[in-house]
Ligand binder design. Structure first.
Ligand SMILES: CC(C)(COP(=O)(O)OP(=O)(O)OC[C@H]1O[C@@H](n2cnc3c(N)ncnc32)[C@H](O)[C@@H]1OP(=O)(O)O)[C@@H](O)C(=O)NCCC(=O)NCCS
Length: 177
């Protein structure tokens, strides 16, 4: 992957043969790193740009988010795309996504992963930030030994995710609680 800068304490996918990830990061001018609890305010700012936001949805709980971010394994990991283009504000976080993993008994206890909360800051869209995050999410899922990484999206984004290898996996169902 792209060379990690001074603030990229834990570069995502660095132990993998992540050629697609490296290329995506280079194209977007970002490096990926894991979020830390200190990143929670910025992650919250980005998540406010996530759409569609269900009306009346409870806002993210910053404390439990910080705890989830600190835990990292085996639950949910939050990835950040950090701007490294020349002249960029040092360490500016342009986008985020989260990767959750779950052990499936029906698959002999193997892991399946899920990509959630992909968002790029409005001012930085269209330069490949989410592409880098998608490749990073796949690398992270592979690192965890997952056999697949699922996601849910609005139909108009299906073609976009298809560029990174996601295919239609049939009907998605939800029971709101
Ligand atoms: C979708 C999103 C993450 C893409 O981020 P990005 O960093 O601009 O993405 P990239 O630069 O890698 O790619 C841009 C591509 O996304 C496509 N795209 C972005 N939003 C789209 C939308 N609402 N419908 C269809 N395509 C869309 C663009 O057309 C572009 O396509 P191209 O590569 O063929 O030109 C960003 O628009 C965003 O944060 N949207 C709001 C949150 C959201 O909807 N997240 C997805 C949750 S599943």
């Amino acid at each position: 992957m792209a060379a990690a800068g001074a603030h990229d304490t834990a570069a995502v996918g660095s132990s993998l043969d992540g050629r697609a990830l490296a290329q995506a990061c280079e194209k977007a001018g970002v490096v990926l790193r894991y979020a830390t609890p200190a990143d929670v305010p910025r992650v919250l700012e980005l998540l406010e740009q996530l759409s569609p936001t269900p009306a009346g949805a409870p806002g993210p709980d910053a404390l439990s988010m910080a705890a989830a971010i600190a835990e990292r394994t085996p639950g949910t990991v939050t990835l950040l795309a950090v701007d490294v283009r020349p002249g960029a504000t040092r360490g500016e976080v342009l986008g985020t996504c989260s990767v959750a993993s779950l052990r499936r008994l029906a698959r002999g206890g193997s892991m399946v992963a899920r990509l959630e909360d992909v968002v790029t800051d409005k001012r930085s869209r269209g330069r490949g930030v989410a592409a880098a995050l998608c490749e990073g999410a796949k690398a992270e899922a592979a690192k965890r030994g997952a056999y697949a990484i699922d996601l849910r999206c609005v139909p108009k984004l299906a073609k976009y995710y298809g560029k990174f290898g996601w295919t239609d996996a049939g009907c998605a169902m939800r029971c709101n609680l």
